[in-house]
Design a protein around this ligand. Sequence first.
Ligand code: UDP
Length: 456
Amino acid sequence: MDQNLVVKKRRIVLVPVPAQGHVTPIMQLGKALHSKGFSITVVQTQYNRVSSSKYFSDFNFLTIPGSLTESDLKNLGPLQFMLKLNQVCEASFKQCLGQLLKEQGDDDEIACVIYDEYMSLSKAAAKEFQLPSVVFSTTSATAFLCRSVIAKVNADKFLTDMKDLELQDKLFPGLHPLRYKDLPTSAFGPIESIPRVYSETVNIGTASAVIINTSTCLESSTLARLQRELQVPVYPIGPLHIAASAPSSLLEEDRSCIEWLNMQKPRSVIYVSLGSLALMEIKDALEMAWGLSNSNQPFLWVIRPGSIPSSEWTESLPEEFSKLVSERGYIVKWAPQMEVLRHPAVGGFWSHCGWNSTLESIGEGVPMICRPFTGDQKVNARYLQSVWRVGFQLEGELEKEDVERAVKRLLVDEEGAHMRKRAIELKKKLESSVRPGGSSCSSLDDFISSLKMKSS
Ligand code: UDP
């Protein structure tokens, strides 16, 4: 570490979104910055809090008050939840930051507030206290760019176009190779709220920089374009899970699946997981179940409790399927995903294509079957298939025959072997980017130098 980089101001305040896909990378960022000599304070709301495990024993965790009503918690989709959470916690966050500033010592001054792009409550507080603030994007640069483009187009026209079925397979102007249907609109809330939410997230206010969990080897042209548009430095410092591993699972991991993987042949298993939020219709779950069984490949399937609506866990799957599972499958409620992807028995990943899962899969050289549900997952799926060519999308109605064919295509056919080869090439590039001298590693150092310049 270059000791000169951290001279005076040395505490960084992190403000995560309380959801697994956001918590994981911001805690990794905290770990990376901590290893460069900064103290870390994590300011959280009362929802989905990260606990101070042995990995974060040096971090300071603060919880701010502010809660939503029972009815809001039950009825709001994630996007509406975030808008409301920002409203109800804005004052308490300001108070918390004010208190931190009062208490700080000479050798522990706050260098900056790094907030998740969906925690817009940070903007007003950072501005009031004239603290440098930095936006952290947990999605791809391309998804960020999409939000910026959507925020600028005419909202009425955008909403009309997105409802026009004939347009859906056409390319969206200026965002090649994304089609209308690949844009990060969300099934988690009404599409009408999208332009407003996106203008909120891409309006970086007084932020002095944007940090993105990506690498130039994945998104160089998008990053160059974002850099031109945003007019503040953009730092691609990912993939953070390679740069700074920091386990922060909000759910308990079932490690028994690793023992099961140990008994499978190399590259024979299809790992199936839809992340921490996606829900699956019972009809699709059944087609998946039969398709996976009929593929004759061993499968490890994460079924989160409650992810099949109206079902506690797997009781809606047929009795015969349970018998098949004991022969060639394994089902868990939550897996140690990184370890699973790294396991030599895993040959492919059936994924909803959340950005963390995407980075983790290509970071381990594992090719993917892409079945996105919502938001930026559709952008990632399109890139996995058309740009990086390390996976393919399953679009339209899900039938068991398609599931069976897809699994064989990825694990048995030559086409799958080519995708794996490309995934392994990308894995090497990603690993080099976070090593000293690599683009992401240098980008992180540049960011730290910029903090030093501000404090001197
Ligand atoms: N994950 C995990 N175990 C599981 C499923 C997911 O640890 O059984 C982790 C995964 O490694 C990733 C995160 O949960 O880091 C999911 O984030 P992602 O961006 O892929 O999707 P989201 O949950 O935000 O939709």
